[in-house]
Design a protein around this ligand. Structure first.
Ligand code: HEM
Length: 478
C-alpha cells in the first residue's frame, strides 16, 4: 500500500519542486518577534505554496506541453525555512532539539571541517556577520513577477525582519535552459517517493517511478512517515521518532552557494584531454558520469547519444554493478560517487538519497572571459530528514578518495577511485585526483590519473534550514 502524504500540509519545494525559472533566496533575521509572527499569520502563510499546489501545477505544465502550447503560465511560489537560531527566536531557548547536524549548523567549525569546506572567512561577507534566522524561497516564471512578489513579501514583513542577503537564481537561457553552468543537463535523476511519484508500469515495476527511479518511503524526505528499512530496500522502516509532534510534514533543507569557475574548468579539460590524447567532451563526461545531453556513460561509453539523454524512460535506467572495472564509467565520476546504485548493497544505497531542488545563478560566460570575472554557479538545495545520513554522507564520500571501496584492476590489483572531480573537496583546499580518466573500453589496461590542482566548484555560503509544515507555521511557530 502506498502511504498517504498530507500534500496540503507539506511545503511544495520539498517533495515536488516549485516551478522555477527564477528563484529569489531571501535570508533574513527576525528583529521583532511579535510583528514577524503577526505578518506571517495575516499575510504570508496563506501564500505558501503547498506540495498539492506544486503538483497540480506540474501536471498542468505537462498537459500544456502535450497540447503543444508555448509560453509559461505565471506560477508564483513561496516557501519558508528557519535555521536553528530562527526556531529559537520563535519558540524560545527551551525548544526541543531537532536533527544533530541542523543544531550544529552549516557554518559550525565541526561541519566545515567534516566536509572539508573552505574556511568561513572565504564565504560571502553577509554570511559571516549577522545571525541568519530563515530564508524565503520566492519563485516565478520571469524576473519582473519575481521582483513584484519579493517586494510585496518584504513589505508585509516590514520592520519585523532585516534582510541579511538576497540573491536571484535563474535558469540558463535558450538551449542551455535545462543545463548547469558547465553545460550538463541537470535534474535528471531524483529518487521517487511512494505516494507521490506514480509508477509508470505499476503491473511490471511497482517499486519504480520512471525506469531506474526507485520509489522510496516518504520518511526519507518528509518527517512523520516511515522511511527506508535498513536491510530490505522495499519495506518501510520503523515508525518515525520525532523530537516534537509539530515536526510532522516538515523537512530539512541544505543550502550551498556553489560558485563554478567555468572558463578555468574548460581550459583545464582542454589541456588534460590533449595530454591524455582524448576528446575533451569524453573527458568531461568521464568526470560527470553522463554526457552533456544527459546520456549516461553506462549506456553510451564512448560517444554522446542525445536521443538517449533526452529520453526520460531510458536515461536513468542503468546500474554500475556490471561495470566492475570502470570501463564504461569511472568509479570517481560525480554521479557514481554521489549515488553508487548497485556498487553498494541495495538497501544501503537507498539510505543516502536526497531530493535536489537547486537552480543556477549568475550570468553566462562573457566573450573573452578566460578567467572568471562574474560570480556564477549553482544555488544547491536539497531536502532530507537526516542531514548527517543524507547530504553530509554524500559530500563526505565525494571527498573520500577510497570510496567506493573494494574495486579491482583487470589484473586483480586494488583501486583507489579518487575524488569526485566536480564536488569533491580535499582538506585545506588541497589537490585532488581521479583514477582512470581515459577509458579502457571495451578492453585495455592503460593506467591514467587526472590530477586536479584546484577546485572548479567553490563553496561561498551555506545554511541548514528546517522547512516546517503549513500547520506548524499556523500554530506553534506563530
Ligand atoms: C556546482 C556543483 C554541481 C554540479 C555542476 C553538479 C552536476 C550534476 C549533474 C550534471 C548531474 C547529472 C544529472 C542528474 O542526474 O540530474 C548531477 C547529479 C547528481 N548530483 Fe550533482 N552537481 C553539483 C553539486 C552537487 C552536490 C553538492 C551534491 C550533493 C552533495 C550533488 C549530488 C548529486 C546527486 C545525488 C545526483 C544524482 C545522481 C543519480 O541519482 O544518479 N551534486 N549533478
Amino acid at each position: 500500500m502506498a502511504p498517504m502524504l498530507d500534500l496540503d500540509d507539506i511545503q511544495g519545494d520539498v517533495p515536488v519542486g516549485l516551478q522555477k525559472d527564477f528563484e529569489g533566496f531571501i535570508f533574513f533575521k527576525i528583529l521583532d518577534r511579535g510583528a514577524f509572527k503577526l505578518a506571517l499569520r495575516c499575510d504570508v502563510i496563506g501564500r505558501i505554496t503547498s506540495a498539492r499546489r506544486a503538483r497540480a501545477r506540474e501536471l498542468e505544465i505537462l498537459r500544456r506541453k502535450r497540447l503543444g502550447h508555448a509560453g509559461r503560465d505565471p506560477m508564483p511560489g513561496l516557501n519558508l525555512g528557519f535555521t536553528k537560531d530562527g526556531l529559537t527566536q520563535l519558540l524560545g531557548p527551551q525548544r526541543p532539539t531537532l536533527d544533530p547536524a541542523f543544531e550544529r549548523g552549516a557554518d559550525d567549525p565541526k561541519t566545515t571541517a567534516t566536509l572539508h569546506d573552505p574556511d568561513r572567512s572565504d564565504w560571502l561577507k553577509e554570511f559571516l556577520g549577522d545571525r541568519i534566522d530563515g530564508v524565503f524561497l520566492v519563485t516565478a516564471h520571469d524576473r519582473p513577477l519575481l521582483t513584484f512578489h519579493r517586494n510585496q513579501l518584504v513589505g508585509f514583513l516590514g520592520s519585523g525582519i532585516s534582510l541579511i542577503y538576497s540573491e536571484i537564481g535563474n535558469r540558463r537561457p535558450g538551449r542551455e535552459r535545462r543545463n548547469e553552468h558547465f553545460g550538463f543537463r541537470d535534474g535528471i535523476s531524483q529518487p521517487g517517493i511512494r505516494g507521490v511519484t506514480p509508477p509508470l508500469r505499476p503491473g511490471v515495476a511497482p517499486d519504480e517511478g520512471l525506469p531506474g527511479q526507485d520509489l522510496l518511503w516518504p520518511g526519507e524526505f518528509v518527517l512523520g512517515y516511515a522511511g527506508q528499512h535498513s536491510t530490505d530496500p522495499h519495506k518501510p522502516g520503523p515508525e518515525p521518532q520525532m523530537m516534537a509532534p509539530w515536526m510532522r510534514n516538515g523537512s530539512f533543507m541544505v543550502f550551498r552557494r556553489l560558485e563554478q569557475k567555468v572558463p578555468e574548468f574548460r581550459a583545464f579539460v582542454r589541456q588534460q584531454a590533449a595530454r591524455l590524447g582524448m576528446d575533451p567532451e569524453l573527458l568531461m563526461a568521464r568526470m560527470v558520469g553522463r554526457w552533456k545531453s544527459g546520456a549516461p556513460l553506462e549506456r553510451a561509453p564512448l560517444r554522446d547519444d542525445p536521443a538517449l539523454g533526452g529520453d526520460d524512460r531510458r536515461n536513468n535506467d542503468f546500474g554500475f554493478g556490471d561495470d566492475e572495472l570502470q570501463r564504461r564509467c569511472p568509479y570517481a565520476a560525480h554521479i557514481r560517487k554521489v549515488y553508487p546504485r548497485d556498487d553498494l548493497d541495495e538497501a544501503e544505497a537507498q539510505r543516502h538519497r536526497i531530493i535536489r531542488a537547486g537552480i543556477p545563478f549568475g550570468p553566462e560566460v562573457a566573450a573573452g572571459e578566460t578567467v572568471t570575472r562574474h560570480s556564477r554557479g549553482l544555488m544547491f538545495v536539497c531536502y532530507q530528514t537526516s542531514i548527517e545520513r543524507q547530504f553530509e554522507y554524500i559530500q563526505r564520500h565525494a571527498n573520500d578518495p577510497s570510496f567506493v571501496g573494494g574495486k579491482r584492476r583487470p589484473d586483480g590489483g586494488t583501486v583507489t577511485p579518487g575524488h569526485d572531480p566536480i564536488i569533491g573537496q580535499a582538506p585545506g583546499n588541497g589537490a585532488r585526483s581521479m583514477d582512470e580518466p581515459y577509458p579502457n573500453y571495451p578492453a585495455g589496461n592503460r593506467r591514467t590519473t587526472l590530477e586536479i590542482p584546484s577546485q572548479f566548484v567553490v563553496l561561498t555560503a551555506a545554511g541548514y534550514f528546517f522547512m516546517p509544515s503549513i500547520t506548524a507555521l499556523r500554530t506553534v511557530l506563530t
